[in-house]
Design a protein around this ligand. Structure first.
Ligand SMILES: [Fe+2]
Ligand SMILES: [Fe+2]
Length: 164
């Protein structure tokens, strides 16, 4: 079970950190072993992404000032860009045959993330925030479990050949 697959009650009892605001329940995303790819740099970055998304949504729930939220959103975008570049570099080094598709997937994700962050900071509307949390949580887990997993499996296989 991954980030957002668990029913809300189960997620709540697991994390015990849910926050209710304007009748919207915010449940932090959680890291699970399903998201672990076995490449430490990828895994460490993904954990940081989960943490940064949580900080932004919790910041909203705790009514953080606009400039602090904007800063957190901009840090998330910068980190996501850097993470994507690190992944693409690792894929180029090995070389992963589906690099171009992965790069365009990354580009689409950055565009979506950037537009959602702008809307979130501008509206500060609880329902918009909740649907964005669901969307971005699914975005993250889907990308990791499908696209990053394919690349990580390929890289790990290449590494095992070069060690043999
Ligand atoms: Fe990734
Ligand atoms: Fe990726």
């Amino acid at each position: 079970m991954t980030l957002l697959e668990a029913p809300v009650e189960q997620r709540n009892s697991k994390t015990k950190l849910s926050v209710e605001i304007a009748s919207v329940i915010y449940t932090p995303l959680s890291w699970s072993s399903d998201l672990k790819l076995g490449l430490q740099q990828f895994d460490d970055d993904h954990k940081t992404l989960v943490q940064m998304l949580n900080n932004i949504f919790l910041g909203f729930c705790s009514n953080l000032e606009d400039h602090i939220l904007k800063g957190a959103c901009s840090d998330l975008l910068d980190f996501t860009n850097d993470h994507f570049l690190r992944e693409e570099l690792a894929m180029e080094r090995h070389p992963f045959p589906e690099l171009d598709e992965h790069k365009s997937e990354h580009k689409g994700l950055i565009d979506t993330l950037s537009s959602r962050m702008k809307t979130l900071v501008a509206t500060r509307d609880a329902n918009t925030w909740q649907s964005s949390q669901d969307e971005l949580g699914s975005w993250l887990s889907d990308h990791i479990m499908v696209h990053d997993k394919k690349a990580a499996d390929f890289i790990l296989e290449q590494q095992s050949f070069s060690l043999a």
